[in-house]
Design a protein around this ligand. Structure first.
Ligand code: HEC
Length: 192
């Protein structure tokens, strides 16, 4: 006991020896032999002997769904495949959002940006691109029964992949999944 304080006094300078003014040098460490100080790691793009494909960066497991993303497996190319996929999407995809003023407000904003030029202010199929004859194909009215009778998933398919015929192009790369559903709520709201 008598010497414990003395021992303590002796240890303090030892601790300070670990500090160095030179910021590029980490100073001494007293457990340098141990793995926790010098753990082995592989940089993201370096070769890696641990994995079968020899790469450090690994792809996510097949079937992984990124947070906030809804899987969209409806990707056929022929008209027949597209028609089948549109009705499949109509049966399988449900609008994850419930209608509200807030949802409609965002839906309107997105509609005005991405759809209004063709489909018109009130979605009657009379947008400027069509009436000015700059765009030759007649856009469908989105407020009449033909579209309004479609389930949300079919409209979602059209926004994502374009119309079956291809006369309307896909908007999947421009409108986020969430905003596609909001546009659909807004279209239901417009029609009422
Ligand atoms: C460049 C012009 C253009 C833009 C922009 C556009 N559409 Fe269209 N849309 C069309 C045309 C043309 C058709 C008719 C296509 C056809 O009959 O194949 C159509 C058809 C549709 C249909 C009916 C598809 C069917 O199954 O018959 C829906 C629903 C639709 N559009 C929704 C939208 C929405 C929502 C947006 C905005 C995200 C949008 N469109 C943006 C031109 C456009």
């Amino acid at each position: 006991m008598k010497y414990s304080r003395l021992l303590f006094l002796f240890l303090i300078p030892l601790m300070f020896m670990g500090c160095k003014k030179d910021k590029n040098h980490p100073g001494y460490n007293y457990m340098g032999k141990h793995d926790m100080y010098y753990s082995k790691y592989y940089k993201a793009y370096s070769p890696n002997p641990v994995f079968k494909d020899g790469m450090t960066n690994q792809l996510p497991v097949e079937g992984t769904v990124a947070r906030g993303k809804i899987p969209f497996p409806y990707k056929g190319a022929t008209i027949g495949d597209r028609a089948m996929n549109q009705s499949l999407a109509g049966m399988e995809l449900l609008n994850p959002l419930t209608a509200s003023d807030e949802v409609n407000k965002v839906g309107k904003k997105q509609y005005d940006i991405f759809c209004k030029t063709c489909h018109g202010t009130e979605a009657k199929g009379d947008g400027y691109l069509y009436t000015s004859k700059l765009f030759p194909a007649k856009p469908t009215s989105l407020v009449e029964s033909y579209v309004q009778n479609k389930p949300d998933g079919e409209i979602y398919y059209v926004i994502t992949m374009g119309s079956i015929s291809g006369l309307m192009g896909p908007h999947g790369s421009q409108v986020t999944p969430e905003n596609r559903w909001k546009i659909i709520h807004y279209l239901r709201h417009l029609a009422n």
